[in-house]
Design a binder for this molecule. Structure first.
Ligand code: AGP
Length: 614
């Protein structure tokens, strides 16, 4: 989704704006632009396509100025073009706006502006905001006064930032609704705004996160904060722990490959400090406020998450039901929010989200809250909306995930769900000390096991090169690895643009079998678990129809040798943890197929890292 950056201070704004936008490229975009303000004038530079196009314009025209805003656009209203790229300016060319989200009532607002002579130059919803601001500034108002007059009139989820030559040396930034974050960063005699931390990490870690309905007026000397109704508020800066190194590629060809490789360390960080040595009990920090009585009384848990996070939810249901015996259901947030869900008294809604900013997930949380559910979020990004609106928060602690395709956040989600299931089981007396010791010992062994899977990369790359021209792929799984099949298919689709389907293997005979022929590679997840024999039968069904079989098997499984065209081996672990190991080769397969096809691995077409619009 759209990225936002802003600078005000003694340095030239342009270098910060350009590097800041580079740090936000992972959010996904189709055009970009900057506006810089100095000496009563405003300059705007914009380009369709990649940031390099904008960088080339900037190199020939390095607009001077100490106050500026920059934007990467992910089109919603109006096709990707230079004309529709942000910033948009008013008729006088002195005030500029950038925006993330949708102004849902823009047509209603636009008509009277056009009638009174405002000239619109884009097809976007955003442009109305700057013309409305122009009217307010013409009344002699300051930039923040004008913004506070305009913002309540804009309907829909949105983050906006304005600068104006009429009120120089100031950025006004606003977060209107829950989706679309705005962070104010505090430097030494200079200050910043950004939609996401990676743009700020090289400059400061002292930040304020705007809540929905809050506005900031930022100058080089500091920031003043308001509610959208104009009431001044105090906000205390906090320090974020992520560092700039964690958000850099560190010699890897792509962020995705770096993040896949980081999984042993990320899983270790997720596990760290989560088990009390003396008692062997799973503990979470002060962000989980559930009491033991509340845990014992939990009647039900609904797990929600989009895309990859939704696949983690599917695994989470199995873990919690199996270990803690609490009935769980799963929902897709974009369905849950509109389908009048029934919420049981005292139940928990467990929202899983890497970014903590996914609009549908936030809306599902809001809906569940309205109906009386307690909210627990499993989230990576500290200070994100999902972490702030929830009653309880479990952080993934994996560090920034930059590639659009989620990898290390997914395995961290699985590990945290495993820990959470043991935590629930322990407090409900559903597991004895010996049982939990055994399960936890398996978890602590995971980093080493994932490391050994990563060492298979050369073989998986060779396999990827063999199959990179396939037009379709099928992934089969059962039980706790049915979600792994869905995740394998999603990774391949989003990165390689090859059509792929994940199926519960037992469902094949109800339709999917018709797809199988000698041109269809089928990845069968056939680990030595409770459904191994069933999976083997499904593999035979594929072979009988001349399908091309790639088996994902345990390294001590001799029976499978010769029963598939190719076999990828992974070590054995407890069945409930096997999705953590099984997904890693599928991440690598998707990565190498996409790279071999020459695709933009870190920023696949049409996708965004944090989906902050519906
Ligand atoms: C993952 O590879 C995808 N890019 C996508 O499905 C993602 O998991 C989804 O958009 C949810 O994001 P979140 O975890 O930040 O809420």
């Amino acid at each position: 989704m759209c990225g936002i950056v802003g600078y005000v201070g003694p340095r030239q704004a342009l270098p910060f704006l350009m590097t800041g936008l580079r740090r936000l490229e992972y959010r996904g975009y189709d055009s970009a632009g900057v506006a810089v303000q100095e000496n009563g004038a405003l300059e705007v530079l914009r380009a369709e396509g990649k940031l390099d196009n904008l960088a080339s314009i900037v190199s020939h025209h390095p607009a001077p100025g100490h106050t500026g805003i920059g934007h990467t656009r992910w089109a919603t209203h109006g096709r990707p073009s230079e004309q529709n790229a942000h910033p948009h300016v008013d008729c006088g060319g002195v005030t500029a706006v950038i925006h993330n989200g949708i102004i849902e009532n823009f047509e209603t607002l636009k008509a009277p502006l056009v009638a009174s002579g405002h000239r619109f130059t884009s097809e976007t919803d955003t442009e109305v905001a700057v013309h409305l601001l122009e009217e307010e500034l013409a009344k002699g108002r300051t930039l923040e006064e004008a913004a506070l007059a305009v913002l309540p009139r804009l309907e829909g989820a949105a983050a906006l930032a304005f600068i104006s030559a009429r009120d120089p040396g100031k950025i006004v930034a606003a977060r209107i609704a829950s989706a679309g974050g705005v962070i104010v960063g505090f430097g030494n005699g200079e200050n910043f705004i950004a939609s996401d931390m990676p743009a700020l990490l090289e400059h400061t870690r002292k930040v304020v996160f705007l809540e929905a309905g809050e506005v900031a007026a930022v100058t080089k000397d500091g920031a003043r904060f308001f509610r959208i109704d104009g009431t001044p508020i105090e906000k205390t800066p906090q320090t974020v722990t992520w560092d700039a190194v964690a958000a850099a590629k560190s010699g890897y060809k792509h962020f995705m490959l770096k993040e896949i490789s980081e999984q042993p360390r990320a899983i270790n960080d997720t596990l760290l400090g989560r088990v009390e040595r003396s008692s062997g009990r799973v503990i979470f920090d002060e962000n989980v406020k559930l009491t033991d009585e509340q845990v014992r009384a939990l009647p039900r848990i609904t797990l929600v998450g989009c895309g990859t996070a939704g696949h983690a939810a599917l695994v989470g249901k199995i873990l919690i039901e199996r270990l803690a015996g609490i009935p769980c259901d799963i929902d897709i947030p974009s369905e849950y929010r509109y389908r009048n869900p029934v919420v049981t008294k005292g139940q928990l809604l467990l929202a899983i989200t890497q970014s903590g900013e996914t609009a549908d997930t936030l809306a599902a949380m809001e809906e569940a809250r309205k109906r009386g559910a307690r909210l627990l979020s499993l989230v990576n990004v500290m200070g994100s909306e999902a972490s702030r609106v929830a009653d309880d928060v479990i952080y993934l602690h994996t560090g920034p995930e930059i590639a659009v395709a989620s990898t290390k956040a997914y395995t961290a989600m699985l590990v945290d769900l495993y820990l959470f299931a043991i935590y629930l089981a322990q407090r409900r007396g559903a597991i004895d000390a010996e049982g939990s010791r055994r399960l936890l010992a398996e978890a602590f062994h995971l980093p080493t096991l994932v490391d050994s899977v990563l060492r298979e990369e050369p073989k998986i790359r060779a396999l990827a090169y063999r199959y990179h021209t396939a037009r379709n792929f099928l992934f089969l799984g059962r039980g706790v690895n049915y979600p792994t099949a869905l995740e394998g298919a999603l990774k391949l689709k989003e990165l390689s643009y090859i059509h792929a389907e994940g199926t519960a293997a037992g469902e094949m005979k109800h339709g999917t079998n018709a797809l199988i022929d000698e041109d269809l590679p089928v990845v069968a997840i056939a680990l030595k678990d409770a459904v191994y024999k069933k999976m083997r039968s499904n593999m035979e069904e594929v072979r009988a129809r001349a399908g091309v079989l790639i088996a994902l098997a345990n390294d001590d499984d001799d029976e499978i040798t010769g029963k598939a065209d190719d076999v990828i081996r992974i070590p054995r672990t407890d069945e409930l943890l096997s999705p953590v190991l099984a997904v890693v080769p599928l991440q690598l397969l998707a990565y190498h197929i996409a790279d071999r096809r020459g695709n933009d691995v870190d920023q696949p077409r049409n996708l965004a890292k944090a989906v902050t619009v519906e």
